[in-house]
Design a binder for this molecule. Sequence first.
Ligand SMILES: [Zn+2]
Length: 406
Amino acid sequence: MFSLAAVFVISCARTGDRETKRETMNTSDKSDANDAGSIHRRAIAVDMHADTAQRMVDENADITERLSDGHLDAVRAKEGGLDAQFFSIWVEPQLFGGGGAGAMKRADIQIEAVRALAEKHPETWQLATTATDIRKAAEAGKLAALMGLEGGYAIDEQVGNVERYYKLGVRYMSPAWSVSTSWAGSSGDEIGKTRGLNELGKQVVREMNRLGMMVDVSHVSDKTFWDIVNASTKPVIATHSGCRAIANVPRNLTDDMIVALAKTGGVVNVIFYPEHIEPGWSEKKKQVDAQISSLVQRASEEERGDVAHKKLARDRVRTIEYAKRLPPVTVSRIVDHIDHIVKLVGIDHVGIGSDFDGVQAVPADLKSVADLPNLTKELLRRGYSSADIEKILGGNMLRVMDEVIR
Ligand SMILES: [Zn+2]
């Protein structure tokens, strides 16, 4: 982090006598080039995690048009200056199975939906698997669509299936979501407290390294985190996590973990979800969940659709009630987490992973992807330089994507 005043002094000193004539123009150029809007437009913004593929499948949402609900579509993404979106291919194990044909089918229909974006709307979307693809899409004014597998359930305990998903375009995978797999512990259940990676889990990580598929530690247990960091020969990432030092929830990373992850060359992408960034919010949410349980239950029972639609009905009630009953959070809190990571490990190991369309609450000034420039404004206000901001918004992840395929 640098103060803006310091940056300006350094720039002026570098300009030297030779360019004194241009000083006035330079000054105005500088102020234009360094306003939040210009910095934001110039940066290649990469969001590492959104759950919008499930909306495309379960709600038939056409995200090429502006949607009146949810957090992400192409129109709002363009307004918000987003360049690349990693779509989470999420298999809810309780609904679709922790493995087997059901889990694989659930992954496949989401992958098909993401691939169809570029097939049906090539003027708006471009399927991407590399940093080069993202840079090209940004240059062409298109949105890059990428994929990550959330929870390793869909590989069905077969190392060979990692390559199957790689070939379909998947470029990261988290070994477990909130439910542990047989080969990797989750931060979300009791088993995860003692489970790390077993031999199969280590083989999976090695296979991901071989293929150039990034290993995502968001959601895994502490023990699994350390096993991954020790097993991986490539940079390790967290696609949507926060700092436990600020918001003490098991889903977040301790300072030691952030330091170890940075040592692999990886990036912590800070989540926007209040539960993982705001101190005490998680405890308050538990109380609210108890208060609204009968409302949620009723909505689920009244919904006539399948299990996915019943979940949507429950989440709609939660969204309304959380907004009424829980304290608002702002982008400033996201930047607290970014600051914390930068102070620990420097500017090269932090990015963004919104978790849009996978959460029932968002910051008041970051209600959808269209509000993404508010994050840049806050980063600038806190003294980050334009080069720093470009790294945070996506530059660091582009570096990692280049590194893992080397
Ligand atoms: Zn998640």
